[in-house]
Design a protein around this ligand. Structure first.
Ligand SMILES: Cc1ncc(COP(=O)(O)O)c(C=O)c1O
Length: 438
């Protein structure tokens, strides 16, 4: 056995001190705190891949516009709940130019991060129609969405799409939707954690099934344009970011500014409601959500009661970022392409040292290199691997907390790993591989 780079004693002590019964099942934030403490005590830097935070500077055009807005005094004034007109117009333009989809500015609503948008949407969706009170997650997925359901005391069902790609998705969806209790379904594309991307054919199937069973689709575009196999960054020109909105008319898109524009700290995202859904009427929501019109209930019922809108200055920042992107003056893809380049190198290091990539294909095409990748090691469950690799100074999260059936897998996020850490990563993976022959 080669000595592990991090003291086993300290790792075990810190796990105990933090009262973590099972590290493999711990949430992302709990793992983060644990690693912070181990790093402090050992003086050793981990290769940190547990948290999906941007590792790049924020879009500068946004920072400048935000400073300017603050100097003009917007901090003193409540913003409109539905968003400032400049931003609503730019969101609508963005959707047309980068998704090739038309939506009126009325349905383009800034939210306090895309997390607030989904929270508001889950609440409203599951109260629209009698008996339709359950969300379907196309997993693997972002654990916080399920946490939102627990907090709201809402029901959800889920399945891992791994074995149901392509045409197989149709029957699988039908088996859930035909029961009649599903109000909405949610997936992220590209997917956190697996980085799979649905094909146009799969998006069409999702749309057809949703229409057949009167289910609303929530498409989480937290990683907008970050399937780097294609260049989705030219406004008004194909290829466009794939979206279900091309195939049906009742949808909500959540477009986060956190990753594509590295603007996570200002907590601003976009909830884009299709025109048809915005105008949908339901007597059932009238009293509780203050309007029988879906869009108005969302704005004046739900978003109003959550935060009375989104920070004023951040709205100016996002408006400026989108305007620059829409006008072709800011190529956001160029700024974040580095994630894909790093992922390519890191995946290679893992594979060369005995690890496997878990989610590796979109049908017959290799998945993109991007913000996340998934890996496993023969003989280990994800939960065991998470713990074991702490002794090697490599941190990630187990896929088990994401609804994945691939319980041997781990999710790695490339954003915080610096290129000058690649040598350390390689050395640690080699050491792990030496100590774990198979
Ligand atoms: C799939 C997914 N959805 C939503 C979010 C949250 O986005 P925001 O920062 O805009 O709230 C994340 C962040 O990691 C994510 O991975």
């Amino acid at each position: 056995m080669v000595n592990t780079p991090i003291s086993k004693e300290i790792v075990d002590k810190k796990i105990k001190e933090n009262n973590i019964a099972d590290v493999g099942k711990a949430s992302i934030r709990v793992i983060k705190k644990l690693i912070d403490e181990i790093e402090k005590e050992t003086g050793e830097k981990f290769v940190r891949m547990e948290m999906g935070v941007p590792g790049l500077p924020p879009a500068q055009v946004g920072v400048a516009a935000e400073i300017d807005a603050l100097k003009r005094g917007v901090a003193a004034i409540y913003p409109d709940i539905h968003g400032i007109p400049e931003l609503k117009n730019e969101i609508s333009r963005f959707v047309r130019l980068f998704l090739d989809v038309d939506v009126k500015p009325t349905g383009c609503i800034p939210t306090v991060g895309s997390m607030q948008g989904s929270f508001a949407a889950f609440l409203l969706m599951n109260n629209l129609h009698e008996g339709k009170d359950t969300t379907l997650f196309l997993d693997p997925g972002f654990p916080v969405h399920k946490q939102q359901h627990r907090v709201l005391d809402l029901k959800f069902e889920s399945f891992d799409v791994y074995n149901y790609r392509g045409e197989k998705l149709r029957n699988k969806l039908e088996s859930f939707l035909s029961k009649g209790n599903i109000s909405c379904m949610l997936y992220s594309n590209p997917n956190n954690p697996s980085w799979i991307c649905f094909t146009e054919m799969e998006l069409k199937i999702i749309a057809e099934m949703a229409e057949k069973y009167n289910v609303i689709i929530m498409e989480d575009l937290a990683y907008f344009g970050m399937d780097f196999r294609k260049d989705y960054s030219k406004p008004g020109f194909p290829p466009f970011q794939p979206t279900v909105a091309k195939y049906t008319d009742k949808w909500i898109l959540f477009i986060s500014s956190s990753k594509a524009f590295s603007y996570a700290g200002q907590r601003i995202g976009m909830m884009v409601i299709s025109d048809a859904l915005f105008n949908l009427k339901s007597e059932r929501i009238k009293t509780r959500f203050s309007s029988d019109i879906f869009g108005n209930a969302m704005i004046f019922g739900t978003v109003y009661s959550l935060s009375s809108g989104t920070a004023h200055s951040a709205q100016y920042a996002l408006a400026a970022i989108l305007k620059a992107a829409n006008d072709g003056d800011f190529n956001f893809r160029n700024d974040v392409l580095e994630y894909g380049k790093k992922a390519h190198i890191m995946k290679k290091l893992f594979v060369e040292n005995g690890f496997n990539i878990v989610y590796d294909k979109d049908l017959d095409e290799p998945i993109a290199d991007g913000f996340y990748f998934t890996y496993s090691y023969p003989g280990y469950s994800g939960e065991e691997l998470l713990k074991e690799m702490l002794y090697y100074g490599v941190s990630a999260i187990s896929l088990a907390i994401t609804g994945s059936e691939k319980t041997e897998g781990m999710r790695a996020c490339v954003s915080l790993v610096k290129r000058d850490q690649f040598a350390a990563l390689e050395e640690r993976l080699k050491c792990f591989n030496l100590n774990n022959p198979y």
